[in-house]
Design a protein around this ligand. Structure first.
Ligand SMILES: Nc1ncnc2c1ncn2[C@@H]1O[C@H](COP(=O)(O)OP(=O)(O)OP(=O)(O)O)[C@@H](O)[C@H]1O
Ligand SMILES: [Mg+2]
Length: 359
């Protein structure tokens, strides 16, 4: 089989999957060359986990096909399982057992001998900074430690292809950076990686290619730079507390921005892409707003977020699919990790979404 040799490590063609009247996947195509990282970016309910579950043989698609390392995920599921690792969105570890016991049992499931399972467990515990906690029940681990244990569990069988479903959601900024380092070292060792995330900055840091999915469809694909280019580079943002003056704020934003400004009449928030002009654009904006006599709050410059990408691609904020085809504003779970390479983020974007949800 040629695809097993030189071809991409992961291929998906026209994958569809519905749960009752929820069309979780409406025809997804993916291709991940060996040794590269694909970031699958999308809001809650976009279909990320459904795609991962199909690619890792846990769920059968309604239509389309997918190959991992040249093997069909439906017809050759057992062979696929031998070549992959999965760290899912909900931890697969047994909380009553210690970290070490968890890894040793998984080693046995991989048909390692007891001595081999023991040494593989010790090696992974060391690699992931869990040696000190190795003999404590996993339920006593912090969220970040549980994620690391979960990731190490997915590596017991030395997978060639690794699937990580939102590996850093809910982690604090420091744990998140630690997880990024771990992921980078796996990729440097040649592992092919498919990673889902809700954060553009995470995909930016880790992925060679990014696909953006929304309501079960790929709505954009490219490198992080290409996607950010569609937003118009860095984003200048401010709020106009005096709502009737928003139009003047927008006019000022249009003078300094490179793209078309977006304004939310409910929250008074105005944003515009300013390309790579950074602080120069910030100074121009202050002058322009001042000259127009528009009072603002929270004037900031930041890197584009997933919300900006969505706004640029679809003209609306990221929304969540509800049964029956209804949609609601995107919810952010467990604290949005804002620091890291992305710089300052907008807390106000959440209220923008909520304002839309309420309307
Ligand atoms: N077993 C299931 N039964 C019914 N509906 C499901 C099931 N699994 C997923 N769905 C629905 O399919 C859609 C896609 O869900 P999925 O879990 O793939 O999204 P996601 O992109 O992983 O979201 P999140 O970021 O919240 O993890 C959602 O509307 C979800 O409610
Ligand atoms: Mg998910």
């Amino acid at each position: 089989m040629t695809e097993a040799n030189g071809g991409p490590a992961i291929i998906a063609e026209g994958l569809t999957k519905s749960f009752g009247d929820v069309h979780a996947l409406r025809g997804i195509d993916l291709s991940v060359p060996r040794g590269t990282v694909l970031g699958v970016l999308g809001p809650n309910g976009a279909g990320k986990t459904t795609a991962v579950r199909i690619l890792t043989t846990l769920l059968q698609p309604d239509g389309g096909r997918a190959l991992v390392e040249g093997r069909d995920v439906v017809r050759e599921a057992a062979a696929v399982r031998r070549s992959i690792g999965l760290a899912g969105q909900s931890a697969a570890i047994q909380e009553e057992l210690t970290g070490r016991e968890n890894l040793e049992i998984i080693g046995r499931l991989w048909h390692l001998s007891w001595p081999a399972a023991r040494s593989r467990a010790a090696e992974l515990l060391e690699q992931f900074g869990l040696s000190d906690a190795a003999d404590r029940p996993a339920k006593t681990y912090s969220g970040g430690m549980q994620r690391r244990l979960d990731l190490s569990a997915s590596l017991v069988g030395h997978p060639q292809v690794l699937f990580l479903d939102e590996p850093t959601t809910g982690l604090d900024p420091r744990s998140r950076l630690g997880m990024w380092d771990i992921i980078r070292s796996l990729v440097a060792a040649g592992t092919t990686l498919l990673l889902t995330t809700q954060y553009l900055d995470e995909a930016d840091e880790l992925a060679d290619e990014i696909v953006v999915i929304d309501h079960g469809l790929v709505i954009a694909a490219g490198t992080a730079e290409e996607l950010k280019g569609r937003v118009g580079g860095d984003v200048l943002e401010f709020t106009v507390p005096d709502r009737p003056r928003i139009a003047d704020g927008v006019a000022a934003a249009a003078r300094v921005g490179e793209g078309e400004p977006h304004a939310d009449p409910e929250t008074g928030m105005v944003s515009v892409g300013v390309g790579g002009r950074g602080s120069e654009a910030l100074v121009d904006a202050v002058r322009s707003l001042d000259a127009a006599g528009v009072e603002t709050r929270g004037l900031t410059l930041r890197r584009p977020s997933l919300d900006d990408v969505f706004l640029a691609l679809t003209g609306h904020a990221a929304e969540e699919e509800q049964p029956g085809g209804r949609r609601r504003g995107r919810r952010r779970g467990g604290g949005r990790p804002g620091s890291g390479a992305g710089g300052a983020t907008v807390s106000a974007a959440g209220s923008r979404d909520e304002a839309r949800a309420a309307s």
